[in-house]
Design a protein around this ligand. Structure first.
Ligand SMILES: *Cc1c(COP(=O)(O)O)cnc(C)c1O
Length: 354
């Protein structure tokens, strides 16, 4: 048996997937043509379940892409007309900014420290910036931007569009989808699935902006994707297996309110273990910017190495630190696919480091 992973992506998949893989095979879905009624029904039902379980407004659209990374490019290419303004503190936000800047060199950014909250009232964003890019859950440094902050951004800048990276939080916490027009994720984090499917959620206002920009001709031009999605089809032969698994995972999923409660309860438990330990430290000291789905724990380089090895010996893999934080931190995914028993085992392990 492979070790149980607490890495925040790719992360532990739902135990039930082994059955769902077999079901997909047995039901013949793996050979279904993506222009057939079988696929169109699957897309339609998956979008319906997605909106129901995650409380996404009925008039928003769900599009399937290959990854969150692809969504970075799609947003700049097909939605941004002037340039985008990025607010970030970690590696994923920085990468998004980099890809956007490659397409539109005028792209600007505000870089924050991981303990710094966005001061919405103090922001000075030029008029040519028509999109604000937020990494709601920054997986690399385990920080978050609260729903209230995204809401406040929308209130302060009603003419700009807000795009939100929720790759490691969507399906793990409650997100206020009305507060922004563009949301995206990947399924290998809180959805508890293997990698290979990106999700892109657009409000009617975002769809209207795609039409206004009129960008077309690329395989992943949003206008082309939306045209296909109008009849529940996709712009290329899609990852039907992943869409099928997503459908099954969504079917099993409790309400997002219930998930949110569970995520929060577990994170508080982890936080109290770290708070009462001398050897474990918070990577993010400001509780307001600390992620609810990924906990970053910091420590001396030698200690981090030792605790990761000790966890391995007990059948658990801790997530490594990311990028510049690799040697002095580890990360723990607080994702729904991890069972209560598995979570308790981790808590007991960490509590043995007083
Ligand atoms: C994992 C992650 C990505 C990249 O996801 P891919 O599916 O590999 O493209 C982007 N942003 C955040 C915040 C992530 O956690």
């Amino acid at each position: 048996m492979a070790n149980l992973t607490f890495a925040p992506g790719p992360s532990k998949v739902y135990d039930k997937l082994s059955r769902y893989f077999q079901d997909a095979f047995d039901q013949g879905i793996l050979s279904a043509n993506h222009r057939s009624a079988v696929f169109m029904d699957l897309y339609k039902e998956t979008e319906r379940l997605f909106k129901e379980k995650l409380e996404v407004p009925a008039d928003y659209r769900l599009l399937f892409t290959s990854s969150a990374t692809e969504n970075w490019e799609i947003i700049t290419q097909s939605i941004v007309q002037g340039h985008s303004y990025h607010i970030y503190s970690g590696s994923f936000g920085k990468k998004w900014f980099g890809f956007a800047q490659h397409i539109l060199p005028k792209t600007t950014a505000l870089v924050l420290d991981k303990n710094q909250e966005i001061q919405v009232d103090a922001l000075d964003i030029d008029t040519e910036a028509d999109l604000i890019a937020i990494t709601q859950n920054e997986t690399s440094n385990a920080t978050q931007v609260r729903n209230e902050t995204i809401s406040a951004l929308g209130t302060r800048f009603p003419d700009k569009m807000i795009a939100v990276d929720t790759t490691s939080s969507m399906a793990g916490i409650y997100l206020d989808f009305r507060a922004a027009d563009i949301w995206y994720s990947s399924v290998q984090k809180c959805f508890g699935m293997p990698a290979g499917l990106g999700l892109l959620v657009l409000s009617p206002r975002a769809v209207a902006k795609v039409k206004a920009k009129g960008e077309q001709g690329r395989y992943n031009s949003l206008s082309f994707m939306l045209e296909n999605a109008d009849s529940y089809q996709t712009h290329y032969t899609p990852n039907v297996l992943a869409i099928y698994l997503l459908n099954r995972v969504l079917t099993d999923m409790p309400s997002i309110a219930e998930t949110q409660d569970k995520t929060e309860t577990r994170m508080r438990k982890l936080e109290s273990v770290v708070a009462s330990s001398q050897s474990l430290g918070f990577l993010v000291s400001n509780a307001a910017t600390r992620s609810r789905t990924v906990l970053g724990v910091s420590g001396e380089e030698a200690f981090i190495k030792e605790i990761k090895q000790a966890a391995e010996a007990q059948g658990m893999t801790l997530g490594g630190g990311y990028g510049p934080l690799k040697a002095t931190s580890f990360r723990i995914a607080n994702f729904p696919a991890i069972t209560d028993a598995e979570f308790e085992k981790l808590v007991d392990f960490l509590a043995s480091y007083p």
